[in-house]
Design a protein around this ligand. Structure first.
Ligand code: CAA
Length: 262
């Protein structure tokens, strides 16, 4: 993959797992338009592959992603800003909608667009050194890559406003207490912990994992009755898979399942 601002490496021990690194360390991995374009290119290259889990992290010790590139926005008109927000939201949507599990391994600053990238992932793990925030209001802006919407859906309206209206920076343990982060690791344990989780998810029936993710996400915009019906339909559809037959047979025969993603 010939990218300059992102790097992708397959796991050496698991063919279904890979690590995507945002790689502009001099700008604390800020998301300029090249990064956004390359993220779309990355998505196009891997969407049809049998990769199951992507761990997303930032290059260097200091930052996951310190936001959208502020310098690039200096002369933006309102129309440019609309295009930019739709573009970033669209690319994050493509990444989260690939049917693969996305795990954010937040190693440092996850601010603005960086926190929004983490929010577009399915699970967020953090190093003790990670810092989270939506500082846009301190720049005279608001979040534009999904932060106001995904954060409120994720941790609730009141806590989302705590982030978005204050612009304050929160520690990993505060983000954990607010329910944004699933687990906090010592810095050197973050990638091993994220990879262990990725291996676990990759070992599960892939169609079932993708279906469970879809049921949770699509159900969020429905009322409970409709959402439960969606779940029932998804539950039914998974019974058409070979992996369901294999999973139940393996349980009864007291052996490990051999899932094929069919
Ligand atoms: N955009 C562009 N460049 C950035 C950047 C960003 N979001 N964040 C950091 N950088 C650059 C700095 O300009 C600096 O570059 P130079 O060496 O060329 O001056 C380099 O990265 C290192 O940054 P600092 O010297 O500022 O490092 P620090 O340790 O003193 O501070 C920081 C770290 C607190 C993260 C600080 O860099 C910062 O506040 N960054 C901006 C965070 C932010 O406001 N993010 C939201 C952006 S808006 C957005 O994301 C909108 C949206 O929702 C789509």
């Amino acid at each position: 993959m010939g990218f300059e601002t992102i790097e992708f490496k397959k796991s050496e021990t698991n063919e279904y797992v890979g690590v995507l690194t945002i790689n502009r360390p001099k700008a604390l991995n800020a998301l300029n338009s090249q990064v956004i374009d390359e993220l779309e290119g990355f998505r196009d290259e891997i969407a049809g592959t049998d990769l199951r889990v992507i761990v997303v992290t930032g290059s260097g010790e200091k930052s996951f992603v310190a936001g959208a590139d502020i310098k690039e926005m200096k002369n933006h008109s309102a129309e440019d800003a609309l295009r930019m927000a739709r573009r970033g939201q669209g690319v994050f949507g493509l990444l989260s909608g690939m049917g693969k599990t996305m795990v954010a391994a937040v190693n440092g600053f996850a601010l603005g667009g960086g926190m929004e990238l983490a929010l577009a992932c399915d699970v967020i793990f953090a190093s003790e050194k990670a810092k989270f925030g939506l500082p846009e209001v301190s720049l005279g802006l608001i979040p534009g890559y999904g932060g106001t919407q995904r954060l409120a859906r994720n941790i609730g309206v009141s806590k989302a406003k705590y982030f978005a209206l204050s612009g304050d920076i929160f520690s990993a343990s505060q983000a954990y207490e607010m329910g944004l982060v699933s687990k906090v690791f010592a810095p050197e344990e973050l990638m091993p912990g994220a990879m262990k989780f990725a291996d676990t998810v990759a070992s599960r029936a892939p169609l079932a994992v993708a279906k469970a993710k879809m049921a949770i996400e699509d159900g969020l915009s429905l009322d409970l009755k409709a959402a439960l019906e969606l779940e029932a339909k998804c539950f039914s559809e998974i019974f058409n898979t070979e992996d369901k037959t294999e999973g139940i047979a393996a349980f009864i025969e007291k052996r490990q399942p051999n899932f094929q993603g069919k």
